[in-house]
Design a protein around this ligand. Structure first.
Ligand SMILES: [Zn+2]
Length: 419
């Protein structure tokens, strides 16, 4: 009895609320249409939730088995084969390779800005960033004896040899607009006599894990997404430059004509991921660093304010920041205008381009905020779960943003077969 009364009361209240709501808020609702249907569930959230800290760590660990993966070595080629095999195993089976030649420039010529003492003494850092606060020197370790792990030292010993280079990508093909794509990328080569775990195993694993999630048969997108792992970043962005030179004029062309296939979909945006894990703050006055990830660590989204597509890139960066607010579990994202020293640079005057990092490249990493950068200590064992989690949050940010931008949704595989 009590139960019945209670039910009737609730029903009455519900009806009154329903009627009031329909009348006040939705006057145009046609008769018989469900008026108070709950908001549809966000189709993106369950896709982003498929990213996982342990899988991300395992992929970084897998990359570190090839040491520093220096370009032009057997260990670099083996790492490339491994990356391609992993992509295929995730279901990103349409892998392709770019080929190009690389020979190091004559001794003395270096990459712009880096290691240039004149630059390092100035207030302006790489990319036009303003340097502030305590600065530690930034350098590349070239001394094998600084690697205390003898096995790793031996693995990293064979030198780079000039000649042909390769790099790999695979593509998630859009259902309704296969002729347009975003490029999600990182560089798989490293230097410094460590394991290139952070620079750039962390970005490479991020791209691979996003490839894994997007390649699930129940994930569909309207537009295409290319997952690219550049080589030769550390020698001056040569792999990304080769891709741009070989592919920029192929954009949006259907080939063969009438096939519905687009070998190089039109570029809508390019997003690079380079050093994703270590944000322990500014160095102390005595040159030491905090041993812990700072609690206020953030993902740094950068665009280049002097680039041709600066305005569009800034808007794209906002979309990534909002996606971070919505989908990243632990760390926020901030935007800076001085993207530099990474593979998005060759794209920045052709398409809106971003880089995601652990810290701003010019003002922070350029001021020595990452003491493992290009050092023998850039090994898997250096990093804690709080560090790895920053990389995972960057992956959540990029996957959330790119899923929104490409119209991603989950379509149950079984019901679509029945239809
Ligand atoms: Zn890097």
């Amino acid at each position: 009895m009590r139960t019945r009364m209670s039910t009737r009361t609730h029903t009455t209240i519900a009806y009154v609320l329903f009627a009031a709501f329909s009348w006040a808020q939705v006057p145009a609702t046609p008769a018989g249409a469900p008026a108070s249907a709950p908001a549809p569930p966000d189709p993106i959230a369950p896709i982003v939730a498929r990213l996982d800290l342990e899988r991300y760590k395992a992929t970084i660990k897998g990359l570190t088995q090839f040491g520093d993966r220096r370009q032009g070595t057997e260990r670099n080629r083996q790492a490339l084969d491994w990356v391609e095999a992993q992509l295929k195993s995730y279901g990103c089976t349409n892998t392709e390779r770019i080929q190009y030649e690389y020979a190091p420039p004559a001794a003395g010529a270096g990459r712009g800005g880096r290691g240039n003492p004149a630059n390092q003494s100035q207030t302006l850092g790489p990319g036009g960033a303003r340097r502030r606060g305590i600065r530690q020197p930034e350098s590349v370790n070239n001394d094998p004896l600084k690697q205390p792990d003898l096995k790793l030292r031996e693995l990293n010993t064979p030198p780079s040899v000039p000649g042909q280079r390769e790099e790999v990508f695979c593509t998630k093909v859009g259902d309704t607009h296969p002729e347009e794509m975003y490029i999600i990328a990182a560089h798989m080569d490293g230097i410094g006599w460590g394991e290139a775990a952070n620079d750039d195993g962390s970005g490479t694993a991020l791209v691979m894990e996003i490839a894994r999630v997007l390649s699930s048969p129940d994930v569909h997108t309207d537009r295409s997404i290319r997952l690219a792992l550049w080589n030769n970043e550390e020698t001056g962005l040569n792999g990304a430059r080769a891709y741009v030179a070989q592919r920029k004029d192929l954009q949006g062309k259907e080939s063969p004509a009438g096939s519905g296939k687009y070998p190089e979909p039109k570029w809508l945006g390019m997003i690079q991921h380079d050093m994703m894990m270590f944000d322990h703050g500014m160095p102390h006055k005595d040159g030491t660093m905090s041993k812990d990830q700072r609690p206020e660590a953030d993902v740094n989204i950068e665009y280049q304010v002097t680039s041709k597509f600066a305005e569009e890139a800034m808007q794209l960066a906002r979309k990534f920041q909002f996606a971070n607010e919505k989908y990243a579990t632990d760390y926020p994202a901030n935007i800076g205008p001085h993207m530099t020293n990474t593979d998005s640079t060759p794209f920045q005057d052709l398409v809106p381009a971003l880089s995601l990092r652990e810290s701003e490249r010019g003002s922070q990493i350029g001021n020595g905020w990452d003491p493992h950068h290009h050092q023998p200590t850039d090994v898997f064992a250096t990093f804690s779960d709080d560090d790895f989690r920053l990389g995972l949050n960057a992956a959540q940010t990029t996957l959330g943003a790119i899923a929104q931008l490409t119209g991603a949704k989950l379509t149950p595989v079984t019901s679509s077969r029945e239809n």
